[in-house]
Ligand binder design. Sequence first.
Ligand code: SAM
Ligand code: DTB
Ligand code: SF4
Length: 325
Amino acid sequence: MGGGDARNGAAMQLTFLDTAAVRAIYERPFPELAFAAIDAHRAAFDPLAIQQSTLLSVKTGGCSEDCGYCAQSARRTTHVRPEPLAEIDDVVAAARAAKEGGATRFCMGAAWRGVKDGAAFERVLEMVRGVNALGMESCVTLGSLQPHQAQALREAGLHYYNHNLDTSREYYPEVVSTHGYDDRLATLSHARDAGLKLCCGGIIGMGESREDRIALIAEFAAMERPPESVPVNVLVPIEGTPLAERANFDPIELARTIATLRVVLPTSYIRLAAGRSEMSDELQALCFLLGANSMFSGDRLLTTENAAADRDADLLAALGMHAAK
Ligand code: SAM
Ligand code: DTB
Ligand code: SF4
Protein backbone atom coordinates (compact mmCIF):
# COMPACT_ATOMS: atom_id res chain seq x y z
CA MET A 1 0.00 0.00 0.00
CA GLY A 2 1.57 3.32 -1.00
CA GLY A 3 0.88 7.02 -1.30
CA GLY A 4 -1.94 6.54 -3.80
CA ASP A 5 -3.94 4.59 -1.28
CA ALA A 6 -3.28 7.19 1.41
CA ARG A 7 -4.53 9.95 -0.86
CA ASN A 8 -7.66 7.94 -1.52
CA GLY A 9 -8.07 7.90 2.24
CA ALA A 10 -7.86 11.68 2.39
CA ALA A 11 -10.31 12.14 -0.47
CA MET A 12 -12.86 9.82 1.06
CA GLN A 13 -14.44 12.59 3.14
CA LEU A 14 -16.27 13.52 -0.04
CA THR A 15 -18.03 10.17 -0.23
CA PHE A 16 -20.14 8.57 2.47
CA LEU A 17 -18.13 6.35 4.79
CA ASP A 18 -20.26 3.83 6.66
CA THR A 19 -19.21 1.98 9.79
CA ALA A 20 -17.68 -0.87 7.80
CA ALA A 21 -15.54 1.58 5.81
CA VAL A 22 -14.38 3.35 8.99
CA ARG A 23 -13.61 -0.04 10.58
CA ALA A 24 -11.51 -1.01 7.55
CA ILE A 25 -9.40 2.13 8.06
CA TYR A 26 -9.19 1.80 11.87
CA GLU A 27 -8.07 -1.84 11.68
CA ARG A 28 -5.41 -1.44 8.99
CA PRO A 29 -1.97 -2.70 10.01
CA PHE A 30 -0.61 0.17 12.10
CA PRO A 31 2.17 1.25 9.69
CA GLU A 32 -0.37 1.51 6.83
CA LEU A 33 -2.85 3.45 8.95
CA ALA A 34 -0.07 5.74 10.18
CA PHE A 35 1.19 6.40 6.63
CA ALA A 36 -2.32 7.34 5.43
CA ALA A 37 -2.86 9.63 8.43
CA ILE A 38 0.50 11.39 8.09
CA ASP A 39 -0.09 11.89 4.37
CA ALA A 40 -3.61 13.30 4.93
CA HIS A 41 -2.32 15.60 7.68
CA ARG A 42 0.43 17.10 5.53
CA ALA A 43 -1.95 17.61 2.61
CA ALA A 44 -4.26 19.89 4.63
CA PHE A 45 -2.19 21.39 7.49
CA ASP A 46 1.22 22.63 8.52
CA PRO A 47 2.43 19.50 10.38
CA LEU A 48 4.60 21.62 12.72
CA ALA A 49 1.80 23.78 14.15
CA ILE A 50 -0.42 22.91 17.13
CA GLN A 51 -3.48 25.08 17.74
CA GLN A 52 -3.95 25.92 21.44
CA SER A 53 -7.30 26.41 23.17
CA THR A 54 -7.72 27.35 26.82
CA LEU A 55 -10.67 26.24 28.93
CA LEU A 56 -12.48 28.00 31.74
CA SER A 57 -15.37 26.63 33.76
CA VAL A 58 -17.73 29.62 34.03
CA LYS A 59 -20.41 27.70 35.94
CA THR A 60 -19.13 24.78 37.95
CA GLY A 61 -21.02 21.81 39.43
CA GLY A 62 -24.61 21.21 40.50
CA CYS A 63 -25.65 19.77 37.12
CA SER A 64 -28.96 17.90 36.91
CA GLU A 65 -27.55 15.28 34.49
CA ASP A 66 -25.95 11.95 35.39
CA CYS A 67 -23.11 11.61 32.85
CA GLY A 68 -21.09 8.79 34.36
CA TYR A 69 -17.66 10.33 33.74
CA CYS A 70 -18.43 13.82 35.00
CA ALA A 71 -17.26 15.49 38.21
CA GLN A 72 -20.05 18.08 37.99
CA SER A 73 -23.22 15.99 38.29
CA ALA A 74 -25.27 16.95 41.35
CA ARG A 75 -26.11 13.23 41.67
CA ARG A 76 -22.56 12.32 42.72
CA THR A 77 -20.20 13.22 45.51
CA THR A 78 -16.92 14.31 43.94
CA HIS A 79 -14.17 16.88 44.56
CA VAL A 80 -16.37 19.59 42.99
CA ARG A 81 -18.22 22.20 45.06
CA PRO A 82 -20.88 24.06 43.04
CA GLU A 83 -20.10 27.67 42.21
CA PRO A 84 -22.30 30.45 40.79
CA LEU A 85 -21.91 31.82 37.27
CA ALA A 86 -18.60 33.70 36.87
CA GLU A 87 -18.38 37.48 36.49
CA ILE A 88 -17.79 38.86 32.99
CA ASP A 89 -14.66 40.83 33.93
CA ASP A 90 -13.02 37.78 35.51
CA VAL A 91 -13.70 35.71 32.41
CA VAL A 92 -12.31 38.35 30.06
CA ALA A 93 -9.21 38.68 32.28
CA ALA A 94 -8.70 34.89 32.09
CA ALA A 95 -9.08 35.02 28.30
CA ARG A 96 -6.50 37.83 28.08
CA ALA A 97 -4.04 35.76 30.13
CA ALA A 98 -4.72 32.74 27.89
CA LYS A 99 -3.99 34.83 24.80
CA GLU A 100 -0.72 36.00 26.34
CA GLY A 101 0.10 32.34 26.96
CA GLY A 102 -0.31 31.56 23.24
CA ALA A 103 -3.93 30.35 23.04
CA THR A 104 -5.92 31.39 19.96
CA ARG A 105 -9.26 30.06 21.20
CA PHE A 106 -10.98 30.50 24.57
CA CYS A 107 -13.58 27.88 25.58
CA MET A 108 -16.11 28.56 28.32
CA GLY A 109 -17.96 25.63 29.92
CA ALA A 110 -21.13 25.62 32.01
CA ALA A 111 -22.39 22.60 33.94
CA TRP A 112 -25.91 22.98 32.61
CA ARG A 113 -28.26 20.42 31.15
CA GLY A 114 -28.99 23.14 28.63
CA VAL A 115 -29.49 26.86 28.19
CA LYS A 116 -32.42 28.64 29.83
CA ASP A 117 -33.40 32.08 28.58
CA GLY A 118 -32.71 34.85 31.07
CA ALA A 119 -30.02 36.79 32.87
CA ALA A 120 -27.49 33.95 33.07
CA PHE A 121 -27.61 33.36 29.33
CA GLU A 122 -27.38 37.12 28.68
CA ARG A 123 -24.24 37.18 30.80
CA VAL A 124 -22.72 34.33 28.77
CA LEU A 125 -23.48 36.28 25.57
CA GLU A 126 -21.60 39.22 27.09
CA MET A 127 -18.64 36.91 27.88
CA VAL A 128 -18.59 35.86 24.22
CA ARG A 129 -18.48 39.50 23.09
CA GLY A 130 -15.67 40.22 25.55
CA VAL A 131 -13.55 37.28 24.33
CA ASN A 132 -14.11 38.22 20.68
CA ALA A 133 -13.04 41.80 21.42
CA LEU A 134 -9.61 40.40 22.36
CA GLY A 135 -9.25 39.00 18.85
CA MET A 136 -9.57 35.39 20.03
CA GLU A 137 -11.88 32.70 18.72
CA SER A 138 -14.68 32.01 21.19
CA CYS A 139 -16.21 28.65 22.07
CA VAL A 140 -18.89 27.76 24.61
CA THR A 141 -20.30 24.48 25.88
CA LEU A 142 -23.60 25.01 27.67
CA GLY A 143 -25.49 21.74 27.12
CA SER A 144 -28.59 21.58 24.92
CA LEU A 145 -29.71 24.54 22.81
CA GLN A 146 -32.97 25.58 21.23
CA PRO A 147 -32.78 27.16 17.76
CA HIS A 148 -33.31 30.75 18.97
CA GLN A 149 -30.56 30.33 21.57
CA ALA A 150 -28.13 29.09 18.91
CA GLN A 151 -29.10 32.15 16.87
CA ALA A 152 -28.46 34.48 19.83
CA LEU A 153 -25.00 32.96 20.29
CA ARG A 154 -24.26 33.45 16.61
CA GLU A 155 -25.43 37.08 16.77
CA ALA A 156 -23.13 37.65 19.76
CA GLY A 157 -20.28 36.58 17.46
CA LEU A 158 -19.63 33.07 18.84
CA HIS A 159 -17.31 31.03 16.61
CA TYR A 160 -17.67 27.45 17.94
CA TYR A 161 -20.26 25.49 19.89
CA ASN A 162 -18.85 22.48 21.74
CA HIS A 163 -21.25 19.59 22.23
CA ASN A 164 -19.76 16.11 22.28
CA LEU A 165 -21.39 12.87 21.20
CA ASP A 166 -18.85 11.26 23.54
CA THR A 167 -19.33 7.64 22.36
CA SER A 168 -21.40 5.39 20.10
CA ARG A 169 -25.20 5.47 20.08
CA GLU A 170 -25.12 1.91 21.48
CA TYR A 171 -22.86 2.69 24.46
CA TYR A 172 -24.42 6.08 25.25
CA PRO A 173 -27.13 4.65 27.58
CA GLU A 174 -24.31 3.12 29.68
CA VAL A 175 -22.89 6.61 30.09
CA VAL A 176 -25.94 8.78 30.76
CA SER A 177 -29.62 8.14 31.44
CA THR A 178 -31.00 11.69 31.74
CA HIS A 179 -30.76 12.62 28.07
CA GLY A 180 -30.29 10.70 24.82
CA TYR A 181 -28.15 10.56 21.72
CA ASP A 182 -30.86 12.16 19.58
CA ASP A 183 -30.99 15.12 22.00
CA ARG A 184 -27.28 15.64 21.38
CA LEU A 185 -27.72 15.43 17.60
CA ALA A 186 -30.63 17.91 17.71
CA THR A 187 -28.51 20.51 19.50
CA LEU A 188 -25.68 20.01 17.01
CA SER A 189 -28.05 20.61 14.13
CA HIS A 190 -29.49 23.76 15.77
CA ALA A 191 -25.96 25.10 16.20
CA ARG A 192 -25.15 24.27 12.58
CA ASP A 193 -28.36 25.85 11.28
CA ALA A 194 -27.50 29.08 13.13
CA GLY A 195 -24.17 29.21 11.27
CA LEU A 196 -21.92 28.16 14.15
CA LYS A 197 -18.86 25.99 13.69
CA LEU A 198 -19.00 22.70 15.57
CA CYS A 199 -16.60 21.33 18.11
CA CYS A 200 -17.76 17.77 18.70
CA GLY A 201 -15.75 14.84 19.96
CA GLY A 202 -15.71 12.04 22.45
CA ILE A 203 -14.06 10.26 25.32
CA ILE A 204 -12.05 7.10 25.09
CA GLY A 205 -11.12 4.77 27.91
CA MET A 206 -14.49 4.76 29.70
CA GLY A 207 -15.18 1.04 29.25
CA GLU A 208 -16.34 1.26 25.64
CA SER A 209 -15.23 -1.27 23.02
CA ARG A 210 -13.22 -0.69 19.84
CA GLU A 211 -16.50 -1.04 17.95
CA ASP A 212 -17.92 1.91 19.94
CA ARG A 213 -14.92 4.06 19.02
CA ILE A 214 -15.35 3.12 15.35
CA ALA A 215 -19.10 3.86 15.49
CA LEU A 216 -18.43 7.31 16.97
CA ILE A 217 -16.05 8.15 14.12
CA ALA A 218 -18.69 6.87 11.66
CA GLU A 219 -21.22 9.29 13.25
CA PHE A 220 -18.93 12.21 12.39
CA ALA A 221 -18.31 10.86 8.90
CA ALA A 222 -22.07 10.58 8.29
CA MET A 223 -22.72 14.26 9.09
CA GLU A 224 -23.52 16.46 6.13
CA ARG A 225 -20.88 18.88 7.44
CA PRO A 226 -18.61 17.13 9.94
CA PRO A 227 -17.32 19.09 12.96
CA GLU A 228 -14.50 21.52 12.24
CA SER A 229 -12.99 20.64 15.61
CA VAL A 230 -12.89 17.18 17.20
CA PRO A 231 -11.70 16.90 20.80
CA VAL A 232 -10.45 13.44 21.73
CA ASN A 233 -10.65 13.18 25.50
CA VAL A 234 -9.10 10.34 27.44
CA LEU A 235 -11.21 9.64 30.51
CA VAL A 236 -9.94 11.51 33.56
CA PRO A 237 -11.12 9.06 36.23
CA ILE A 238 -13.00 11.07 38.87
CA GLU A 239 -13.41 9.54 42.29
CA GLY A 240 -17.11 9.17 43.05
CA THR A 241 -18.19 8.63 39.41
CA PRO A 242 -19.28 5.22 38.08
CA LEU A 243 -17.17 5.22 34.92
CA ALA A 244 -13.94 5.72 36.85
CA GLU A 245 -14.39 2.06 37.86
CA ARG A 246 -14.52 0.97 34.21
CA ALA A 247 -11.50 2.92 32.95
CA ASN A 248 -9.81 0.93 30.16
CA PHE A 249 -7.38 3.31 28.47
CA ASP A 250 -5.17 1.71 25.81
CA PRO A 251 -2.62 4.04 24.16
CA ILE A 252 -2.58 2.11 20.85
CA GLU A 253 -6.35 2.52 20.63
CA LEU A 254 -5.88 6.27 21.18
CA ALA A 255 -3.35 6.34 18.34
CA ARG A 256 -5.69 4.39 16.04
CA THR A 257 -8.57 6.72 16.94
CA ILE A 258 -6.52 9.86 16.14
CA ALA A 259 -5.17 8.42 12.90
CA THR A 260 -8.57 7.23 11.70
CA LEU A 261 -10.12 10.63 12.47
CA ARG A 262 -7.33 12.30 10.49
CA VAL A 263 -7.98 10.09 7.45
CA VAL A 264 -11.78 10.38 7.66
CA LEU A 265 -11.93 14.12 8.48
CA PRO A 266 -8.80 15.44 6.74
CA THR A 267 -9.58 19.15 7.16
CA SER A 268 -10.85 19.13 10.77
CA TYR A 269 -8.76 20.13 13.76
CA ILE A 270 -8.25 17.08 15.98
CA ARG A 271 -7.55 17.96 19.57
CA LEU A 272 -5.64 15.88 22.07
CA ALA A 273 -7.95 17.03 24.87
CA ALA A 274 -8.49 15.79 28.45
CA GLY A 275 -6.08 13.22 29.87
CA ARG A 276 -2.89 14.67 28.41
CA SER A 277 -1.29 15.26 31.80
CA GLU A 278 -1.13 11.47 32.33
CA MET A 279 0.36 10.79 28.87
CA SER A 280 4.06 10.31 28.20
CA ASP A 281 5.87 12.70 25.87
CA GLU A 282 6.28 9.79 23.44
CA LEU A 283 2.55 9.13 23.27
CA GLN A 284 1.76 12.80 22.70
CA ALA A 285 4.45 12.98 20.01
CA LEU A 286 2.93 9.92 18.29
CA CYS A 287 -0.52 11.55 18.34
CA PHE A 288 0.86 14.79 16.82
CA LEU A 289 2.60 12.76 14.14
CA LEU A 290 -0.65 10.93 13.31
CA GLY A 291 -2.55 14.18 12.85
CA ALA A 292 -3.61 15.60 16.21
CA ASN A 293 -3.04 19.33 15.67
CA SER A 294 -4.68 20.99 18.65
CA MET A 295 -4.42 20.82 22.44
CA PHE A 296 -5.79 22.43 25.58
CA SER A 297 -3.19 24.79 27.02
CA GLY A 298 -3.24 26.27 30.51
CA ASP A 299 -3.04 24.83 34.00
CA ARG A 300 -6.63 23.62 34.25
CA LEU A 301 -9.29 21.88 32.21
CA LEU A 302 -12.71 22.39 33.83
CA THR A 303 -12.42 20.84 37.29
CA THR A 304 -9.11 18.98 36.94
CA GLU A 305 -5.50 19.84 36.18
CA ASN A 306 -4.09 20.02 32.68
CA ALA A 307 -0.52 19.30 31.57
CA ALA A 308 1.72 22.13 32.82
CA ALA A 309 2.50 24.97 30.38
CA ASP A 310 6.28 24.62 30.71
CA ARG A 311 6.09 20.89 30.02
CA ASP A 312 4.08 21.60 26.84
CA ALA A 313 6.56 24.26 25.73
CA ASP A 314 9.49 21.88 26.33
CA LEU A 315 7.76 19.09 24.42
CA LEU A 316 6.97 21.25 21.38
CA ALA A 317 10.54 22.62 21.39
CA ALA A 318 12.01 19.11 21.62
CA LEU A 319 9.90 18.09 18.61
CA GLY A 320 10.79 21.22 16.60
CA MET A 321 7.10 22.13 16.62
CA HIS A 322 5.33 25.31 17.67
CA ALA A 323 1.99 26.78 18.76
CA ALA A 324 -0.15 27.91 15.81
CA LYS A 325 -0.42 31.69 15.50
N1 SAM B 1 -22.74 20.42 30.24
C1 SAM B 1 -22.23 20.51 28.93
C2 SAM B 1 -22.33 19.23 28.16
O1 SAM B 1 -22.56 18.18 28.75
O2 SAM B 1 -22.18 19.27 26.94
C3 SAM B 1 -20.81 21.01 28.85
C4 SAM B 1 -19.74 20.54 29.80
S1 SAM B 1 -19.18 18.84 29.66
C5 SAM B 1 -18.15 18.82 31.09
C6 SAM B 1 -18.15 18.83 28.21
C7 SAM B 1 -17.40 17.58 27.86
O3 SAM B 1 -16.28 17.40 28.69
C8 SAM B 1 -18.11 16.26 27.93
O4 SAM B 1 -18.97 16.02 26.84
C9 SAM B 1 -16.95 15.28 27.93
O5 SAM B 1 -16.57 14.92 26.62
C10 SAM B 1 -15.82 16.08 28.59
N2 SAM B 1 -15.53 15.55 29.93
C11 SAM B 1 -16.17 15.86 31.08
N3 SAM B 1 -15.64 15.19 32.12
C12 SAM B 1 -14.64 14.43 31.63
C13 SAM B 1 -13.72 13.49 32.22
N4 SAM B 1 -13.77 13.19 33.51
N5 SAM B 1 -12.81 12.91 31.40
C14 SAM B 1 -12.77 13.18 30.09
N6 SAM B 1 -13.62 14.04 29.48
C15 SAM B 1 -14.55 14.65 30.23
C1 DTB C 1 -13.97 18.70 25.69
O1 DTB C 1 -14.18 17.87 24.79
N1 DTB C 1 -13.20 18.49 26.74
C2 DTB C 1 -13.22 19.63 27.63
C3 DTB C 1 -14.12 20.64 26.87
N2 DTB C 1 -14.54 19.91 25.72
C4 DTB C 1 -15.23 21.30 27.54
C5 DTB C 1 -13.59 19.29 29.03
C6 DTB C 1 -12.66 18.26 29.68
C7 DTB C 1 -13.03 18.07 31.09
C8 DTB C 1 -12.10 17.17 31.84
C9 DTB C 1 -12.51 16.90 33.25
C10 DTB C 1 -12.62 18.10 34.14
O2 DTB C 1 -11.70 18.95 34.17
O3 DTB C 1 -13.63 18.17 34.87
FE1 SF4 D 1 -21.33 17.02 33.26
FE2 SF4 D 1 -22.32 18.27 31.07
FE3 SF4 D 1 -23.26 15.85 31.83
FE4 SF4 D 1 -23.79 18.04 33.29
S1 SF4 D 1 -24.48 17.60 31.19
S2 SF4 D 1 -23.18 16.01 34.11
S3 SF4 D 1 -21.86 19.16 33.09
S4 SF4 D 1 -21.17 16.36 31.10
